[in-house]
Design a protein around this ligand. Structure first.
Ligand SMILES: [Zn+2]
Length: 197
């Protein structure tokens, strides 16, 4: 009976919208209609909510785990110009280089490129009645910010990132002493038995 109802639900969606038969599409659409904010993904690194609430500040937790946004012009790294790399504040993986940073005037740290394309995941975000591309850490799923297509040459891209989602590591610093490296070490390789689920 449940299977029948489920099948009926999908068929109804199909008929109503006249769309294709992809089950992936149906699942995504059903999830959207049922109120899910996005497709649930699993990330290579996972941390317990308990651990993150202890380790992160309330604002870091809100932005990275609840897809929040810091107020414009308030982030410590917005106008930061030192040479170095910008890491995910949750898992420590490197995301951006100071070589790609520019002043967009938006009030948030802005980059026209990522260091490695696969380090930042992109997904559709329809919150607040608009369509934006959400940027997420590919390692741990932390919300970073959004990607726009009004950036400078050569890419024309603008990665608009919450300062609070980032940890800066100066170019010539000892990696073992940086907070980003510590955060990365805390994340571990996923097989050290310490990860709480
Ligand atoms: Zn991360």
């Amino acid at each position: 009976m449940a299977a029948f109802l489920r099948r009926g639900f999908f068929l109804a969606l199909h008929d109503a919208l006249g769309q294709g038969r992809s089950s992936v599409y149906h699942h995504a659409l059903a999830a959207a209609l049922l109120g899910a904010r996005r497709t649930v993904k699993s990330w290579p690194l996972s941390f317990s909510q308990e651990e993150l609430k202890k380790r992160l500040t309330p604002m870091q937790y809100h932005v990275t785990q609840e897809r929040g946004t810091e107020s414009a012009f308030t982030g410590e790294l917005t106008y930061h110009k030192d040479e170095g790399t910008y890491h995910c504040v949750v898992c420590g993986v490197v995301l951006f280089s100071s070589n790609f940073k520019f002043d967009s005037g938006s009030g948030w740290p802005s980059f026209f490129d990522v260091l490695k394309e696969e380090s930042v995941s992109l997904s559709d975000d329809y919150s607040y009645g608009m369509h934006r591309i959400e940027t997420t850490c590919s390692q741990c799923g932390a919300h970073l910010g959004h990607l726009f297509d009004d950036g400078p040459k050569p890419t024309g891209k603008r990665y608009c990132i919450n300062s609070i989602s980032l940890a800066f590591q100066p170019k010539d610093s000892n990696p073992s002493s940086s907070s980003a490296a510590e955060a990365g070490a805390a994340g571990g390789s996923g097989n050290d038995g310490k990860t709480e689920l």
